[in-house]
Design a protein around this ligand. Structure first.
Ligand SMILES: [Zn+2]
Length: 313
């Protein structure tokens, strides 16, 4: 486990521009939309591209490549919105060994507060069979979603979580999943939720996105690994800023965050790619790191840039 250190934000009392990036509304889900309009971090959201509109021209020229584009499309297909309406009484008051308030700690025990983050499907597999009739068997699929621990902290919060799949635009038809199990690593700011579904078409679609994502990542590794150093710092975020439909943002990573990294195989990154409240937990593709395949959950923002959770490979 990495020795955890968190950064102070410019304004620890401002829930929308603090160290974390979950979106919070005391007025329920409808209040989230209002906060999109009031955004002060990225007014107008000009650096966020709706996933359905993302094309090659949105990539810097040096990263314009069919496999990079396909990787982003596949990662978009795996990204989900995570909406909760309860705050666990077990959230700590402060980050470990600091005086910095832990996200939502002042709302501990509330059960009518909407908070919105993002996550990424990391695995899909058949969990069990259900005998519907003597001759009909249906499968139960396990969909594992990774996010940041401060987005969905424990099973108390998981009981209220909605995993919203396919919210690509206001016109999209979405599927809502409910969580069954959760494990979290608070120091690494990482959690994994297990959703169960009997929707075979959904499981097949997500499995297809997973295969395509890994296939694209390995092709990118083959192409870019031997290229000149300046061409290896792409950092892509897919998330639901302010709980709105899914957006892609593109930039470059700045450096490995040494203060929260223990090795090349367990580390966190800092990047300039745009994020907003609601982006927490969304996947961050960091070119050239973690075997070129493992995206990092987005964790928060500070003076130097935006930063990820700690990921082990
Ligand atoms: Zn914003």
């Amino acid at each position: 486990m990495a020795d955890f250190k968190y950064y102070a934000s410019d304004d620890l009392n401002n829930e929308n521009y603090g160290s974390h990036e979950i979106e919070v509304s005391l007025e329920g889900e409808s209040g989230l939309q209002e906060q999109l309009k009031r955004c002060t971090k990225n007014p107008g959201h000009t650096k966020f591209i709706p996933v359905d509109d993302f094309k090659m021209d949105h990539l810097p020229i040096k990263y314009q490549d069919e496999d990079v584009l396909q990787m982003i499309k596949s990662l978009s297909g795996l990204t989900v919105k995570l909406l909760t309406n309860a705050v666990s009484p077990a959230r700590p008051d402060h980050y470990n060994n600091t005086r910095i308030p832990y996200p939502l700690s002042k709302y501990k025990g509330f059960i009518n507060i909407a908070s919105s983050g993002s996550g990424r499907v990391a695995n899909v597999f058949k969990e069990s069979d259900i005998c519907k009739t003597a001759t009909t068997v249906e499968h139960v699929w396990n969909v594992r979603v990774r996010t940041a621990a401060h987005v969905v902290f424990d099973e108390f919060e998981m009981d209220s979580v909605k995993g919203i799949v396919g919210y690509d635009s206001e016109r999209s038809s979405t599927t809502i999943l409910t969580g069954k199990r959760l494990r979290s690593e608070v120091c690494e700011d990482f959690s994994e939720i297990e959703f169960l579904t009997e929707d075979a078409a959904l499981a097949g679609s997500l499995g297809g996105h997973l295969n395509s994502y890994y296939d694209s990542c390995f092709k990118i590794k083959e192409k870019f690994e031997g290229r000149a150093v300046p061409d290896k710092k792409l950092a892509v975020v897919v998330s639901h800023p302010h709980g709105a439909p899914k957006q892609v943002s593109v930039g470059e990573w700045i450096r490995m965050d040494e203060s929260r990294s223990s090795s090349d195989f367990e580390n966190a990154f800092i990047y300039g790619t745009s994020t907003c409240a609601g982006s927490s937990g969304g996947p961050v593709y960091i070119m050239g790191r973690m075997g070129w395949v493992a995206p990092y959950p987005h964790s928060g923002t500070h003076k130097e840039g935006n930063f990820s959770s700690v990921v082990s490979f």
